[in-house]
Design a binder for this molecule. Structure first.
Ligand code: FAD
Length: 385
């Protein structure tokens, strides 16, 4: 049995590794010549970590992860702590650590685990078709690939999604812009072993430790879509948006490198329930694009990969049937994640300022129990418990 995997991102590479482990021959085709991930880092929550562990990357992943022993919220304007608590109860309950990692390093680990020389870069798919024998993918250079089935992990702008759904879906702007990057840890800004977030006015500034003495940082600001993007004004823009915020936020803005700071307008896609057409299946952001508000988009792609390989490995009613079983096991789970993230996004980014003000207020009495219970529920809903 041979799979064609379209896309060499988190979803594509996780699936390629998982399918190969299940004894399926795999070819991976990636549009770009060189991978340049859109974000600087990513928090892999224990549900995602368990998937990568199962795919044989436990030790490598652990080495890339930062130590997120505590979690804290601060008032953005004054810098005063609102709450701080240990992440140990979460680790204790779910049996694995959260793992914030630099994206480029995660991407390299996945590609190297599969075999860098085996990923076919510069292959942008423009068409897929099914024949009596299987599937054919056609690329912009007019070359073709043939396989028994095709996994489309071609991201949020997926072209294969249109083939599967027989319609084009519009992405939904979530109402805020996110700037993210990496910066050397400076304990005047935040403790090195803590996920620290400053909140106020529907904005947030967050720092998460990753390996190599670095913080993954991000700034969120509710803004209209389509404002000009210019690297030369990143610091001035952030200084303006966070005028009057506490000293650590000003120090962070001073420390960032505009050349390596990404600016992303955050979108999601209304959840849908058809991931499969015949022998073609959508996976990762192609199937479920989410806002990053609960940090689960990439983790969900890892979950997809593990479930996909398991259903194909144990199928006896044919490939189409196995793919439909993959779909059945994933649709409700990922819909739940997308909608949870959307709800979190609305509260965090002041879609209703009164609700957001009440959330800020509630953080003052947060002991960690409520926050961690929500996280544990999300994590334990994954395929590996
Ligand atoms: P992608 O990563 O988009 O990869 C798709 C790949 O397909 C790309 O390499 C692309 O070049 C290739 N491709 C596209 N079109 C074609 C084509 N026609 N032919 C061939 N190849 C093609 N998730 C988390 O789990 N935790 C987080 O903390 C987190 N933080 C985030 C922060 C931000 C700001 C954003 C924007 C997202 C975040 N996410 C997070 C979500 C996560 O980044 C995505 O869910 C994840 O990257 C999806 O992986 P994917 O492989 O499906 O898609």
């Amino acid at each position: 049995m041979k799979a064609i995997v379209i896309g060499g991102g988190i979803g594509g590479m996780s699936s390629a590794i998982a399918l190969e482990k299940a004894g399926i021959e795999v070819e991976v085709f990636e549009a770009v010549q060189e991978m340049k991930p859109v974000g600087a880092a990513i928090s892999i929550w224990p549900n995602g970590v368990k998937c990568l562990n199962a795919l044989g990357m436990k030790e490598q992943l652990r080495a890339l992860g930062g130590n997120m022993a505590y979690m804290a919220y601060h008032d953005g304007a004054t810098g005063a702590p609102l709450t701080r608590f240990s992440m140990a109860p979460l680790v204790q309950q779910v049996g694995e650590y959260p793992c914030p990692v630099a994206r480029a390093e995660l991407q390299a680990m996945l590609i190297d685990t599969f075999g860098r020389e085996r990923v076919q870069f510069g292959k942008r798919v423009i068409q897929v078709e099914e024949t009596a024998e299987g599937v054919i993918a056609t690329f912009t250079d007019n070359s073709q690939a043939r396989g028994d089935f095709l996994i489309a992990a071609d991201g949020t702008h997926s072209v294969v999604r249109e083939y599967v759904l027989e319609q084009k879906l519009e992405r939904r702007y979530a109402g805020y812009v996110n700037w993210n990057g990496l910066v050397t840890i400076d304990e005047r800004i935040a403790p090195a072993d803590q996920w620290t977030t400053f909140v106020g006015d529907g904005k947030r500034v967050s720092l998460m430790p990753v390996s190599g003495n670095r913080f993954y940082f991000f700034f969120d600001v509710p803004l209209p879509k389509g404002l000009p993007q210019d690297r030369s004004t990143v610091k001035a823009d952030l200084t303006g948006y966070f005028q009057g915020w506490a000293e650590p936020v000003q120090q962070l803005i001073a420390a960032i490198n505009p050349e390596t700071t990404n600016r992303v307008e955050i979108h999601d896609i209304e959840p849908f329930s058809h991931f499969v057409k015949g022998r073609v299946a959508l996976l990762g952001d192609a199937a479920h694009s989410t806002t990053p508000d609960i940090g689960q988009g990439g983790c969900a792609a890892m979950e997809d990969a593990v479930v996909l390989a398991a259903t194909l490995a144990s199928h006896s009613l044919g490939i189409e049937d196995a793919l439909l079983r993959y779909q059945a096991r994933r649709v409700e789970r990922v819909k739940d994640l997308v909608l949870k993230a959307r709800k979190r996004c609305e509260v965090t980014h002041a879609h209703d300022p009164a609700i957001t003000a009440a959330w800020y207020q509630s953080l003052k009495s947060e002991t960690g129990e409520r926050v961690l219970a929500g996280m544990c529920e999300t994590i334990e809903g994954g395929p590996l418990g």
